[in-house]
Design a protein. Sequence first.
Length: 214
Amino acid sequence: MFSRYKFEKINMNNKELLQQENSKVHQEVIEANATYAESFGEKSNLALPPSRKFAILTCMDARLDPAKYAGLSEGDAHVIRNAGGRASDDAIRSLVISHKLLGTAEWFVIHHTDCGMEYFTDEIIRDLLAKSLSTASVDENGWKNVTEEGGSNEAKHISFLTISNQTESIIDDVKRIKSHPLVPSYIPVYGYIYDVKSGKLIEIPEATKVGRAN
Ligand SMILES: [Zn+2]
């Protein structure tokens, strides 16, 4: 189950190393932004509403770049991201604003293969957090805390919206969006899974069927 994880990355828990790494990243981001802003050019004239009038709800996974996999430029579309690309209350809040005030007229829900949300349950993450807030480690036996100090039981109030079956989660999320009282029935919602091994978007026909405009 955990074999596809890059252990050396997720097991990074030495605080010193983490702080050094953060400071390097901090600097890199600021430098990258300076370069980006140098050739900002015409983008300063972009309108606030997305010009291609659509929105994508997708996972925060670092391997997914919606601008690349869906061919977006600045100003084209709304991209709403969270863990799993789930239709949480907050994702729906954004989609409602996206249509009602900013004119998007079709929405994509895009989950992906090998999603981190398939590798734990509410119970697992609640137990881990109850004992420690530090990054946990994972191996073939599952997750475990590296230290056990300073945890919190607050996670029992959070539904983490984990995924046990990608096809079902896509259909559930499209259904939830389509049946929401603040979502007009004329908005089509398309359901796809992004394959992290090929970069391809694979349609989930049942989700798109549930999500069709009417
Ligand atoms: Zn994911």
